[in-house]
Design a protein around this ligand. Structure first.
Ligand code: BG6
Length: 496
């Protein structure tokens, strides 16, 4: 993970240029990079999509979508090109090839290309193969690289991910492929590495001898918004657990890497994922809870049930909440339960990792407060209010010797002024500079699917686990408490 100042000269080709992701994430990220001087002077963007736009129309949209961009962004947008066409048509790719050659001539992009697949997933393989057929999977004349950036979802189960990979690998080598998980671009997710491996005091206690349980929470207060149609085909396990949760989990629990580069870090992440226990179908039902939000109240406003959302079937069985009890079977973590949960329409938007430590072997203090003392807990808060908190017991002032739980808090906002946005500028910049450290390697994707596949299979069987409704604005179905109660544990209530 080297800091790169400016990207090399290149043309960024965005497939799905008229779509939602381009508008919400990619163009604003580019504007951000442009304004911070992180893009080469010999850089341009070529949009490709089915919408019949001209260069001019694409430029206009780019200015609207990234309205925060200033002078530099406006100058860059002047160079944007647009290729309308079907992804199944050779003409589209013939035209793209011409426009790429023109970009090399006009803007000095030097034959370097980064292709960004921001389309619907069903055309990922088709576009990759069409690029290879046109010879676009290698750099243009005088160029040094041709890379492919792929968005999630990468498959919808292990088999479809393997099929997709086989197709993409027919067109591009693994070291040309950059699979995005935007959580890896979040500063605080990367900070897990800094906390663990730049400090001497945490690593000695980062194991089963000291840690009693781990909880990972990815909670959202939003519902499915306007993505009901897509979400119906996904559900919380595919949408969040297979990717974002597995990324956070592997960084938190992996062994120390011997280097901070793409190979070492990803090797350790995969090794950890391979240690996550893969349940039998019966165990999968026993160790998971699926939920779906019913109507309720979020932020003091009434909100509809999932089944009433646009694009959602009135009898939908899709889960908007999932909780799992995982095991990591290696020397470091054997016997430490790892609880993960994610859900939409929970009371707050909060992502955090909590390591709860063993209690003291004998409590010499008396009184109710002492008995209520919570175990020491280290909370890595990924969003919002990014930071780290350590909970411990302290003496209450006064003559009596009373102890109470308090916390010591580090807040990113207070310590650092500069903050990155949602991870996209960082990831886009890394892909353009060829740094794959924060991208997901093929074996990681596969292993993550191996972990979640048994749940998908078990749930699809008749009577497989059931779907529990929870009122919007609550912490999910109550039955999820049982996953922890069996071991005398309880879910943390993250501070909103
Ligand atoms: C996306 C999911 O990957 O992550 C969305 O598809 C979810 O359903 C989003 O809302 C959450 O991202 P963030 O950055 O807001 O935590």
């Amino acid at each position: 993970m080297q800091p790169h100042e400016q990207t090399p000269p290149l043309a960024l080709v965005i497939f799905g240029a008229s779509g939602d992701l381009t508008a919400r994430k990619i163009l604003p990220a580019l504007a951000d990079l442009a304004e911070r001087g992180r893009l080469s002077d010999r850089f341009t963007v070529i949009g490709v999509a089915r919408t019949e736009w001209s260069d001019e129309e694409f430029r206009k949209v780019a200015l609207q979508d990234a309205s925060a961009g200033g002078e530099r962004w406006r100058a860059l947008v002047e160079r944007f090109r647009y290729v309308p066409g079907e992804y199944a048509s050779t003409q589209t790719f013939d035209r793209l090839k011409e426009v790429l050659a023109e970009a090399d001539q006009q803007y000095g992009t030097q034959g370097n290309r980064v292709y960004y697949l921001a389309t619907i997933p069903s055309v990922f393989a088709m576009v990759a193969e069409a690029l290879a057929k046109e010879g676009c999977n290698v750099p243009g004349e005088g160029g040094q690289f041709a890379r492919l950036v792929v968005e999630k979802p990468y498959g919808r189960d292990l088999q479809s991910a393997l099929d997709l990979d086989a197709a993409v690998h027919r067109a591009f080598d693994e070291d040309q492929i950059f699979r995005i998980d935007h959580y890896m671009g979040k500063e605080t997710v990367q900070n897990v590495l800094a906390l663990r491996f730049a400090n001497a005091i945490f690593e000695p206690i980062w194991n089963r001898r000291y840690v009693e349980q781990v909880q990972i929470t990815v909670a959202e207060s939003l519902g499915v918004e306007h993505r009901g149609g897509f979400y119906e085909t996904a559900g919380a396990l595919r949408d969040i657990v297979q990717n974002h949760v597995m990324q956070v989990l592997s960084l938190t629990l992996m062994e120390p890497p011997t280097g901070m580069d793409a190979t070492h870090i990803r090797d350790e992440k995969v090794k950890l994922l391979k240690a996550v226990d893969i349940p039998t179908p019966d165990e999968a039902v026993d160790k998971s809870v699926r939920g779906q939000y019913a109507a309720g109240v979020v932020d003091q406003s009434p909100v509809p049930a999932y089944r009433q959302e646009e694009g959602v079937a009135p009898d939908s069985q899709t889960e908007t909440y999932v909780a799992l009890r995982l095991r990591v079977e290696n020397w470091r973590w054997a016997g430490v339960p790892v609880y993960v949960r994610t859900g939409k329409r929970l009371p707050a938007r909060v992502t955090e990792v909590a390591l709860q430590f063993h209690r003291v072997p004998f409590l010499a203090f008396e009184g109710e407060l002492a008995r209520q003392l919570r175990p020491n807990t280290l909370v890595l808060r990924i969003q919002p209010d990014e930071g780290i908190s350590l909970h411990f017991g302290a003496k209450v002032p006064g003559e009596e010797f009373r102890v109470q739980s308090v916390s010591m808090d580090f807040l990113y906002e207070t310590a650092f002024k500069e903050r990155e946005s949602d991870g996209y500028p960082r990831l886009l910049h890394d892909a353009m500079c060829g740094d794959a450290t924060l991208f997901i390697r093929t074996d990681e994707v596969e292993q993550a699917w191996r972990i979640v596949d048994p749940y998908l299979e078990a749930w699809s069987e008749p009577g497989g686990g059931g779907l529990h409704l929870y009122p919007a604005g609550t912490w999910g179905p109550q039955i999820a408490d049982l996953l922890l109660e069996r071991s005398g544990d309880a879910w943390r209530v993250p501070q909103a």
